[in-house]
Design a protein around this ligand. Structure first.
Ligand SMILES: [Zn+2]
Length: 176
């Protein structure tokens, strides 16, 4: 099997979930990553290698000095973009300042999601909307992980409302 530098194999669901975890902790150990994803250490290691080969840089040891944003959406925003299994794209954007990022994100497409992997571990958002109220999240989002999905919330109220909604849903399923 050969891995060319420009192979555009689709990013698997596991790889995308790994990216989400790496966004929160870019120096997470392979053991912890494997635990979070519920997979073996060797599979986790393979995923990391695969992401690196695709040009995704996510550790502080990376040669790139600036910051990286992953944009999940309906269109390619850079030459460095990968198709996901559901037909959307993950574009990798490299930037050194917020204005540079804003420039690159001028038209990210509807319902796009921006994830910033930052060496300083500060999460910035741009056009990220609250999964409960739909309002734009102007500051660092609150996150809530349920099953395979991570939800982004704008405030504590929305977070607790979302939790309540899931609680009611699982109660009504249990009663049936
Ligand atoms: Zn909200």
């Amino acid at each position: 099997m050969t891995y060319g530098r420009n192979t555009m194999e689709p990013l698997s669901d596991l790889e995308f979930r790994a990216l989400e975890i790496l966004r929160e902790d870019s120096r997470i150990s392979i053991e912890a990553l494997a635990r979070e994803l519920g997979i073996s250490r060797s599979t986790a290691s393979r995923i990391l290698t695969s992401l690196r080969k695709r040009g995704v840089r996510f550790t502080v040891e990376a040669t790139f000095a600036g910051q990286i944003a992953f944009v999940l959406g309906n269109r390619r925003l850079s030459d460095e973009s990968y198709r996901t299994l559901d037909g959307r794209f993950i574009s990798v954007l490299r930037f050194n300042s917020i204005s540079e990022l804003t420039e690159k994100l001028r038209d990210p497409g509807r319902r796009s999601r921006v994830i910033i992997a930052s060496p300083v571990k500060k999460i910035l958002t741009h056009g990220l909307r609250c999964d409960y109220c739909g309002g734009e999240i102007g500051k660092e989002p609150l996150t809530y992980r349920r099953g395979r999905r991570t939800y982004y919330l704008c405030c504590k109220t929305c977070l607790s409302q979302l939790r309540e909604r899931f609680k009611r849903r699982s109660n009504s399923i249990a009663q049936k």
